[in-house]
Write a protein that binds this ligand. Structure first.
Ligand SMILES: Nc1ncnc2c1ncn2[C@@H]1O[C@H](COP(=O)(O)OP(=O)(O)O)[C@@H](O)[C@H]1O
Ligand SMILES: [Mg+2]
Length: 642
């Protein structure tokens, strides 16, 4: 009789199935799988797919070879099997999902998995992307049926070739992937996991892209829940930050890194380590490909360095641009050159501002001429101390300092973070020191201290007009807020909500137990997450004539009076960058720390969160007074007063 082999999927003659050996590949039918939790060969899925052996398995899934009884072809079936959430008893088919929080995470992951299948299937007419024929749920999890690609992954091929490939061959493979990325990106999709193990060199000579498991589709809901998988050396910095802006340039970095790996035989250093080293003025540890492979042409060396620039704006915008560069169809500038130009432009901008100043001798302008006439800062290290209320805050401040660091290559910024409990003690220890003193520190948690230098807010406006800021320059201050908050009336519009008590209870509200509550605008995103679709927000105090919108400054910083004059000047300049567009965008629009003290960013934030539109055109009275009590009292007594 004819037997279909469970491994090579070909037919051979034998008088029994179970226990016989395939005369083509030697596989003994019914051999148990490698891992007890893998499905046994011989199982029929959906009454159609005759399951074979396991091709590969990792932390998220298992790939089986299978025979499609209906279409009569060999297929690859990917089973969603995230080992951290699930298990399977040996010999059984049904999976077991661990209890508790993992249930929800598994379900969310399953949804993304099926979305991956659905979206990859969209490219089925395209020859260079793995074809997805079918997907379904069974055994408590999800399955994706794909064409079976015969060939080897670029990773396997590299290994066979001793770890390196000739540059011209790498360019050929890279250019094929760029063509594929063009199609993918134009469909509004990012692959986000380009690396040698997700590129297949098929036996028919085609290069194919697969494993869209990390891809971001325009489905925002799925995006929120998707586990972020990062491949060290290939993932650009923006993939490490959940709210950073990703785009075609994200895949371009990873493809550049893949080509770098092929040509040099080395996996590039991890992008965030590169960034950290640049930040510490130690220089980028990424060596040029030509250092390992001197034979490569200069245009390729330049193109690869551009594709792997840490700053997304210095990379190629689109895959075809990258392709033109690696094929030497268009001359491109070197990344070092561009960085230099960027610094120079910045200096020119400052000079132009100084010129404008002389022309328009208004009070405000005179002020910043004084400040910006010297565009140069003496080499030093700015030591910053922050109280880290949320994990990762240190990294936010680092990111906010990047622009400053680029413009002042001789000045380093060292961000030190301690927990709020230890903050005051640590601050006291560091303020008095002469050498090595902290020159800029977070002052929100401390009262007013004699060490706080008096600052003229106007000196912080940089080359932006004073009207751009919500911090008025009328009085000198000891503490400068980088953000602010206002009280917001949150209402639960769902049926299930209980009645609000007489006092304000944000926590009960977030649990869905209170009808209304008044608390800070900074918690808007918590509300959005806790009560999706069933909340309304409005201005607390609207219609209450006696009250105007209370605003309170947040993220206060002060300059240490004991620091040297040079260090104080540098600290003040850094503070002015933190009030700049880029840093305000990072701090508030991207990381939702508070409301921006800059109007353009406030407008941007209101565009993204239309419910807070009532803040449009809002000008707070005085943000620099840290009027803690009046704000809290207002929130707490809100119901009593209305
Ligand atoms: N359609 C397919 N045809 C043949 N082999 C495949 C197919 N899909 C995946 N594989 C093999 O399985 C491995 C893992 O698949 P992949 O989709 O990249 O999963 P993971 O998410 O675990 O990286 C691949 O490196 C490849 O060797
Ligand atoms: Mg993979």
């Amino acid at each position: 009789m004819k037997i279909r082999c469970q491994s090579c999927m070909q037919e051979y003659e034998a008088d029994k199935a179970e226990g016989s050996f395939c005369t083509l590949c030697g596989f003994k039918q019914g051999t148990p799988p490698k891992e007890a939790y893998h499905l046994h060969p011989g199982i029929l899925l959906q009454n159609r797919y005759y399951l074979g052996t396991v091709v590969a398995y990792g932390g998220f899934g298992i790939i089986y070879r299978a025979w499609d009884e209906m279409m009569k072809v060999v297929v690859a079936i990917k089973e969603y099997f995230p080992a951290v959430y699930v298990n399977r008893n040996p010999g059984e088919q049904q999976i077991l999902v661990y209890s508790g929080k993992k249930q929800g995470e598994f379900q969310a992951g399953l949804k993304s998995f099926l979305a991956e299948a659905r979206n990859t299937a969209k490219f089925s007419q395209y020859e260079n992307i793995v074809k997805v024929f079918d997907y379904f749920e069974a055994n408590g999890t999800g399955y994706m049926v794909m064409e079976y690609m015969t060939g080897r992954t670029l990773k396997q091929y590299l290994k066979q070739q001793g770890g390196r490939l000739p540059w011209d061959m790498t360019v050929q493979i890279g250019a094929s992937v760029m063509d594929i990325l063009k199609v993918v990106h134009e469909a509004g999709i990012l692959h986000r996991d380009i690396s040698p193990d997700n590129i297949m060199l098929c036996d028919d000579g085609r290069v194919k892209l697969f494993d869209f498991g990390a891809a971001r589709f325009s489905d925002l809901e799925a995006e929120k829940m998707r586990t972020i998988i990062l491949k060290i050396g290939y993932a650009p910095p923006e993939q490490y930050r959940s709210k950073s802006i990703q785009g075609p340039w994200t895949d371009i970095y990873a493809l550049g890194a893949t080509m770098y790996r092929c040509i040099t035989g080395k996996v590039p250093p991890e992008s965030v380590n590169r960034q950290e080293a640049v930040f510490r003025k130690e220089g980028d540890p990424l060596k040029r490909p030509s250092e390992f492979a001197p034979e490569i042409p200069a245009f390729l060396d330049t193109a690869l360095m551009r594709s792997m620039a840490l700053e997304p704006e210095l990379r190629f915008r689109t895959a075809p641009e990258f392709k033109d560069a690696v094929l030497n169809k268009k001359r491109i500038a070197d990344v070092e050159q561009l960085l230099k130009k960027k610094r120079r432009n910045r200096a020119l901008g400052i000079a132009a501002a100084a010129l404008a100043v002389t022309a328009a001798l208004s009070g405000v302008f005179i002020h910043y001429r004084k400040m910006y006439r010297i565009a140069h800062l003496a080499p030093t290290t700015i030591r910053v101390l922050i109280s880290e209320d949320v994990p990762g805050e240190k990294d936010i401040y680092r990111e906010m300092s990047e622009e400053f660091m680029q413009n002042y290559p001789d000045v380093s910024v060292e961000i030190n973070a301690v927990s709020p409990e230890e903050y005051e003690e640590e601050l006291k220890k560091n303020l008095g020191k002469g050498d090595g003193a902290v020159s800029l520190f977070e002052s929100g948690t401390a009262g007013e201290l004699p060490e706080m230098e008096e600052i003229d807010p106007k000196a912080l406006y940089g080359d932006s007009p004073a009207e751009e800021f919500l911090i008025s320059g009328e009085n000198k201050v000891h503490k400068v807020p980088l953000g602010f908050e206002v009280p917001v009336l949150y209402e639960n519009t769902g049926d299930a909500a209980g009645e609000a008590g007489g006092e304000n209870q944000p926590e009960a509200f977030l649990r869905g137990e209170a009808k209304r509550a008044v608390f800070s605008s900074t918690r808007y995103h918590e509300v959005q997450e806790a009560l999706p679709g069933v909340y309304a927000v409005s201005e607390a105090g609207a219609g209450n004539k006696a009250e105007k919108l209370h605003a309170r400054g947040l993220e206060f910083f002060s300059v240490n009076r004991n620091a040297s004059e040079l260090d104080r000047a540098a600290a003040e300049r850094l503070l002015s960058y933190w009030m700049g567009e880029k840093a305000q965008d990072i701090l508030h629009v991207r990381y939702h720390r508070a409301l921006p003290v800059r109007k353009t960013q406030l407008a941007e934030l209101l565009n993204l969160t239309p419910e807070l539109k009532f803040l449009d055109g809002f000008t707070p009275e005085q943000l620099c007074d840290e009027d803690q009590k009046s704000f809290d009292r207002f929130c707490a007594e809100y119901y009593g007063e209305t």
